[in-house]
Design a protein around this ligand. Structure first.
Ligand SMILES: Cc1cc2nc3c(=O)[nH]c(=O)nc-3n(C[C@H](O)[C@H](O)[C@H](O)COP(=O)(O)O)c2cc1C
Length: 214
């Protein structure tokens, strides 16, 4: 099979965190999301366990409750953390991320759909192998989901802030205590197709061959 590498690379390089350009007024159809989930679950899992579950929420009342915790977490922690980490006012680029993230915090409850990628099990802090196995068995699939959605005009953002209130959110969502939520993905069609490659430190500067530091 001849891949259309230009299109594949374009999707991989322009799947950005979409926040301000989420169309909060347009419903997302279930069939499209179900198709994307079928694609996502082709991702690898440790020992091929496939211990994932995908919780999808469209109910306005539930979204409002989760959105409130997300917003609280943002205003409690995130704005403060940016200053604390750098010790100074954020750069222009960081300021843009902060503005965009604040917008999402203010509007999270309005997104047409929320998806919670979940995995059976909890991370035992003392075991790097188990921790890597747990998160490594849900994140590849969730990222595939985001790529598949993006290819269909649907924007997402990887978010984790609601987990500052994991217990409260689990209660609202009915997620059992032995399940780990990897993220809260806001799901909405995006407006405009003008996503760009991000400005990153080149991989060549971050890559060692054969031994650390080489
Ligand atoms: C583990 C993880 C947690 C994140 N949590 C949040 C979050 O809670 N809220 C948010 O708005 N963005 C969150 N992000 C998105 C990052 O801010 C974003 O990926 C980064 O600014 C780079 O932007 P880009 O995704 O458009 O390239 C998270 C990303 C990752 C990988």
């Amino acid at each position: 099979m001849n891949f259309d590498l230009a299109s594949v690379d374009y999707i991989l390089e322009t799947t950005r965190s979409v926040r301000k350009r989420l169309d909060l007024t347009r419903p997302v159809d279930r069939e499209t999301v179900e198709r994307c989930l079928e694609i996502a679950i082709q991702a690898p899992t440790g020992s091929n366990q496939q211990g994932w579950k995908w919780l999808i929420v469209t109910d306005a009342d539930v979204k409002a409750q989760i959105g409130e915790y997300y917003k609280r977490s943002w205003y409690d922690y995130a704005g403060v953390a940016v200053r604390a980490e750098t010790g100074q006012e954020p750069s222009a680029q960081m300021q843009r991320v902060v503005n965009s993230a604040r917008y999402l915090a203010d509007h999270m409850h309005e997104v047409p759909m929320m998806i919670f990628p979940c995995i059976h099990g909890r991370a035992p802090n003392a075991s790097p192998s188990a921790n890597a196995g747990l998160y490594g068995s849900i994140i590849p699939a969730a990222w595939s989901l985001m790529l598949a959605l993006r290819a269909r005009g649907i924007g997402t953002a990887w978010t984790t802030l609601h987990l500052s209130y994991e217990k409260e959110c689990n209660e609202i969502l009915g997620i059992p205590a032995d399940v780990t939520t990897a993220a809260l993905l806001p799901i909405a069609y995006f407006t405009g197709e003008t996503f760009q490659k991000a400005d990153r430190v080149p991989a060549s500067k971050l890559t060692y061959w054969e031994s650390w530091g080489a």
